[in-house]
Design a protein around this ligand. Structure first.
Ligand code: GDP
Length: 432
């Protein structure tokens, strides 16, 4: 399925760059070059190797809000994120373009609105007619990711006919409260606007002993492998036609219910789980051996693989029985994916997710040495991490904001600090 990727902020830029590298390495070009990176700082642009320069758009370079913020934080009067993250920045005397919006989503949104003509020009580089969906990729706890990302999302929804999804990073618990507050607002803003939201939980994915920034690379690798297994399905040159193949309509249909999604993923080595040599010989000759016990073994192996995917580290830890729709994709060499295995796996999914809305299909890859199970859970509503994030956001607000109202969106209780904060019009969070 062709998808345009629009990275926003440092996280968005790095993840899109990683995805472009990964799709090339995997030979499954699902973006077809339809990528953009928008940032208010040059930090992540310096680290990119796969996004062409003309597709890296620096916003807010001369915007007064950006330079004003820089002066404010040099006075060390700013909020805790500025203290914990920008001290080195001011000490090293970086200019405004390297500094960005200083983790403030209101500044991010202001800059994005002021620079909408520049954003629209950049969007001309994306061929919407070529893609089946667009995806905004951003750190929801970031000033640029949340602020610019929300404005961009609204703009895309107004001009694109295709669905617009969001891949949003949730901050780790070790990150400053400001990040949690921004991400809580970010989720509340993007869930009703996006066709579906794919949160990725830095907390669940980080190595507990490391600083969060040291974990970005492995987390981004994990994101890349999952998105390629999902959106890259059918985009490989070595794909053979199968009557059960997954097509873009299956993915879009699964995501159509909106809300939060999560992805499970597991891979096994074919050699270690291969059927008997006789079965392979029959298969090479194009003969199906009904009595072959190898098929039975395959069925058990595939069921085990699907179970592993269900129990794997999900992009967003959640109670999978709270999902609305589920999609299963099995990718691997044709002779290993048996129909029987498929059916047992599908039954297992129906049982575990307590839903009959399970779509399943395969992707036959000749010459592959592994079988991969990718499971997409759409509109999951029991997500403890989102609740914890919202609670942290509320508990670290000032007393005036703590008199917050609660809003029900897609089954979640969202605590909002600002009555006016609907949609991407992010209002000043606090008057401290
Ligand atoms: P922004 O540029 O202002 O949007 O802010 P950042 O992208 O630097 O940070 C926003 C959030 O994204 C924070 O919670 C960061 O920990 C997280 N983040 C930043 N870069 C990466 C990355 O490359 N990978 C992951 N997984 N998270 C990141």
């Amino acid at each position: 399925m062709k998808v345009a990727l629009l990275g926003v902020g440092n996280a968005g830029t790095r993840i899109v760059d990683r995805l472009v590298k990964a799709e090339t390495n995997a030979g499954r070009e699902f973006t077809d070059g339809n990528v953009l990176a928008l940032n208010t700082s040059t930090e992540a642009f310096k680290q990119t190797t796969a996004i062409p320069n003309e597709r890296q758009i620096l916003l807010g370079e001369t915007h007064p809000a950006v330079t004003q913020r820089q002066r404010d934080s040099t006075d060390e009067t700013d909020h805790e994120t500025a203290e914990s993250e920008s001290q080195a920045t001011t000490d090293t005397g970086l200019d405004a373009s390297q500094f960005g919006v200083n983790a403030d989503p209101d500044v991010g949104a202001t800059v994005a609105k002021a620079e909408l003509p520049e954003i629209r020009r950049a969007l001309d580089l994306i061929d919407e007619t070529e893609v089946a969906a667009a995806m905004v990729v951003a750190g929801l706890g970031g000033g640029t990711g949340c602020g610019v990302g929300s404005v961009l999302l609204e703009e895309l929804q107004s001009i694109y006919e295709c669905p617009v999804y969001v891949l949003g990073i949730l901050p780790a618990t070790t990150e400053p409260d400001q990040r949690a507050r921004t991400a809580a607002r970010g989720i509340r803003t993007v869930v009703p606007l996006a066709d579906a939201v794919f949160p990725v939980d830095n907390e669940a994915w980080r190595h507990k002993t490391d600083q969060i920034a040291d974990c970005y690379e492995p987390i981004n690798d994990g994101i890349a492998s999952r998105l390629i297994s999902l959106f890259g399905v059918g985009e490989g040159a070595s794909t053979t036609i199968s009557e059960m193949r997954i097509d873009p309509a299956d993915i879009r249909r699964t995501l159509k219910v909106g809300g939060l999604t999560s992805i499970g993923h597991a891979t096994i080595d074919v050699e270690a789980n291969s059927p008997s040599w006789l079965s392979r010989l029959w298969s090479l000759l194009g003969i199906t051996d009904e009595t072959d016990t190898g098929t039975m073994v395959d069925a058990a192996t595939i069921k085990r693989l699907i179970r592993q995917a269900l129990e794997s580290q999900l992009t967003l830890p959640c109670d999978i029985s709270s999902t609305d729709r589920t999609l299963l994709i099995l990718s691997g060499p044709p002779e290993t994916i048996s129909r029987k295995g498929f059916e047992t796996g599908r039954y297992l999914l129906e049982e575990k997710t307590e839903t009959v809305e399970v779509l399943a299909g395969d992707e036959l890859l000749s010459g592959a040495t592994t079988i991969t199970a990718t499971v997409l859970f759409s509109n999951v509503t029991n997500v403890p991490r989102v609740k914890t994030l919202q609670q942290r956001a509320v508990s670290t607000q000032d007393t005036k904001q703590a008199a917050a109202q609660s809003t029900e969106i897609h089954g979640f209780q969202f605590q909002d600090s600002n009555e006016d904060n609907q949609g991407p019009d992010i209002e000043p969070e606090s008057s401290q």
